[in-house]
Design a binder for this molecule. Structure first.
Ligand SMILES: Cc1ncc(C[n+]2csc(CCOP(=O)(O)OP(=O)(O)O)c2C)c(N)n1
Ligand SMILES: [Mg+2]
Length: 348
């Protein structure tokens, strides 16, 4: 039996999906599938390049693709994304060019941050994708602050805060949810519970029955969703964003996913994950689950499947070639992007 045959099927028929997603449902699912495959191809290539010393650091989002693509498709240009380590695909779906992101990963002269930030920590102003902080959980309060600003300015948009299971133990989780609940702010808290905070399993993270239940104590609806089921995540995220948009206040979604790779390129999970983890994670592979569903529904042929693989691999290859032929940022830029001008050595 091949690995793909062991995948847990998505529990819907085409009619139910059409009722949930509307008349454009088949185009929407095929577009989501393409984006998810692009994320997968990017992760595979970048992890390989990191191991070869061609990229400094990488944190893969393999296993998180359904959440990221759903967020990219459900959000609107007015919304703001406050990411953690694994949400770059959200920026790409919202329109950030793949080439620009790969320039960032190589920290070259065409990286918008000009190598100032760690690889895999992009920002993309044009799609409201805010630079992440490596300090766990801080983006939660940043998102809430922005949502408060939107309220004060009477500006449209919703702040979408991403964070992991580990971040629910950070102080900012309490501060952010409390403030957002009291002021009923336009913010959606999207917790990608990948069941690990580096080597700490979620069972050791909290004694709560789930992460979503924590939201209730802040007066915020909390819902748990299978984050490897693209259709379910899209439905829940669309509802939560819609409620925030019409002034009904925040929602917290706990999207349960499986981290299918090491925490980052600086980790060896064989030292702490149980032996059956990989098999369980593969059975819940979000890309395989959607792919199997599309094949069974007759929306995807073997030929199209092959074409999507070639197209996504080709896009990543082209972007990597462009980045590798771009020089590093010039040393003359070293003192740019800072607040003070350099003083000449003889200035007193
Ligand atoms: C305040 C703080 N504490 C510890 C760390 C070290 N650290 C980096 S990632 C990480 C785990 C984060 O886990 P989670 O929130 O579940 O997100 P995931 O990486 O699983 O997506 C930790 C503890 C940090 N960066 N910041
Ligand atoms: Mg985690």
């Amino acid at each position: 039996m091949s690995e793909k045959e062991t995948v847990v099927p998505l529990p819907y028929g085409p009619r139910e999906v059409e009722a949930a997603l509307g008349s454009q449902w088949s185009e929407l699912l095929l577009s989501a599938y393409r984006w998810m495959q692009l994320g997968r191809a990017l992760d595979a290539r970048m992890q390989g390049l990191q191991r070869q010393g061609r990229v400094g650091f990488y944190g893969a989002a393999t296993g998180h693709e359904a959440v990221n693509v759903a967020a990219g498709l459900a959000s609107t240009p007015d919304d703001w994304v406050f990411p953690g380590l694994r949400e770059q695909l959200v920026a790409l779906v919202r329109g950030h060019p793949l080439e620009t992101y790969v320039h960032h990963l190589f920290a070259d002269a065409r990286d918008p941050a000009r190598g100032r930030n760690m690889p895999c920590h992009p920002s993309a102003r044009e799609v409201h994708y805010v630079s992440m902080s490596s300090v766990i959980g801080t983006q939660i309060t940043h998102a809430v602050g922005l949502a408060y600003g939107l309220r004060v300015k009477k500006a449209p948009g919703v702040a979408l805060a991403f964070f992991g299971d580990g971040a629910t133990s950070a102080n900012d989780f309490h501060a952010g949810l409390n403030f957002a609940g009291v002021f009923a702010l336009p913010v959606v808290f999207c917790c990608a519970n990948n069941q690990w905070a580096i080597s700490e399993p979620v069972e050791r993270q909290t004694a709560s029955t789930s992460l979503a239940v924590k939201a209730a104590e802040y007066g915020i609806p909390g819902r748990r969703v299978d984050g490897t089921d693209f259709i379910a995540v899209l439905h829940e995220l669309s509802m939560a964003l819609g409620e925030a948009r019409r002034g009904a206040g925040p929602t917290m979604l706990e999207c349960v996913v499986y981290r299918m790779t090491p925490h980052s390129s600086s980790d060896d999970p064989s030292r702490y994950q149980p032996p059956d983890w990989t098999a369980r994670a593969r059975a819940h592979d979000p890309v395989d689950r959607l792919e199997s569903w599309l094949l069974a529904a007759g929306l995807l042929s073997a030929a199209t499947q092959q074409a999507v693989h070639e197209e996504t691999d080709g896009r990543v290859r082209t972007a990597v070639t462009a980045a590798e032929s771009t020089p590093p940022p010039g040393s003359d830029t070293l003192t740019e992007d800072v607040y003070a001008s350099p003083r000449s050595p003889d200035a007193s």
